[in-house]
Design a protein around this ligand. Structure first.
Ligand code: COA
Length: 255
């Protein structure tokens, strides 16, 4: 079974992150498959809407902590993770997310590129970049403050706290929290509604509402410089070791 499922039905491309035993933590292979799905959809007139969700009880635990592909960043080639982030920027089709459980890291930052975000009541949201010795990515340093305001963005980014679906709805990070067992129905209904609409009007409206692609790509590039450097830092090394050892990270000896 593929780690990212792709299924087209009635104009809706459903992408499912599918590694439930690891809370759908994203590997380079998964990023590559998701990027293929989104980029190939652009020229396919049969695809009117893209819906992304997670298999099992998680949306995604974010980047796989043992698969950050740090070294390859220097070689100048576009890594699958970078292609996935670019696909979010290039995507002109309406994108819906059905957040069915934990959303961590890129599991949250991808939502800032999503046009309609629905979440089950038991979903949670966390961007623990600083907890890991890292910095925000996916242009989230621009988009999260714009979405929820600077103070709340700081609470999420600097404190790295997890919030629940009700709080996420209250601060405008998501559109709506619904009962867990109604989530797919609600998301599918919105997808069907969008699939029946005038595609060019939708595409233009999406482009007008969102930040320009150039702005987003520039911010991603700026973030990536710091992200790549931090991946090589003792702060990140300590955080990943601590996760593997199931203990809190100890940054007290790091200058
Ligand atoms: N990378 C790699 N493996 C991960 C992972 C990640 N980001 N998130 C979860 N897993 C693995 C766990 O190691 C565990 O594997 P194991 O069963 O082989 O030990 C399995 O997925 C289940 O995770 P577990 O921690 O037992 O589930 P939980 O429900 O108690 O907690 C999370 C779920 C997502 C809250 C917790 O796993 C977590 O905080 N993960 C790290 C998230 C993170 O920092 N992501 C990077 C953001 S930039």
């Amino acid at each position: 079974m593929s780690v990212a499922l792709s299924e087209l039905s009635n104009g809706v491309l459903r992408l499912t992150m599918n590694r439930p035993a690891k809370k759908n933590a994203l590997t380079q292979e998964m990023y590559g498959l998701l990027a293929d799905g989104i980029l190939n959809a652009q020229d396919n007139p049969d695809i009117r809407v893209i819906l992304i969700t997670g298999a099992g009880d998680a949306f995604t635990a974010g980047n796989d902590l043992s698969d950050f592909a740090g070294g390859d960043r220097d070689k100048g080639e576009e890594l699958p993770v970078a292609r996935f982030l670019r696909s979010l920027v290039e995507n002109d089709k309406p994108l819906i997310a059905a957040v069915n459980g934990v959303a961590v890291g890129v599991g949250v930052t991808m939502l800032l590129h999503t046009d309609l975000v629905y979440a089950g009541a038991s979903a949670s949201f966390q961007v623990p970049f600083t907890n890991l010795g890292l910095v925000p990515e996916a242009a989230s340093s621009l988009l999260l403050p714009l979405t929820v305001g600077i103070q709340r963005a700081n609470e999420l980014f600097l404190l790295g706290n997890r919030i629940d679906a009700a709080e996420a709805e209250k601060i405008g990070l998501i559109l709506r929290a619904v009962a867990d067992d109604e989530l797919l129905d609600v998301a599918n209904k919105a997808a069907a509604q969008l699939a029946a609409k005038a595609p060019t009007a939708l595409k233009l409206t999406k482009q007008l509402v969102r930040q320009s692609k150039e702005t987003l790509k520039q911010r991603m590039a700026d973030e990536s410089v710091h992200f790549g450097a931090q991946l090589k830092s003792p702060e990140f090394a300590e955080a990943v070791t601590a996760f593997a050892e199931r203990r809190p990270a100890d940054f007290s000896k790091i200058a």
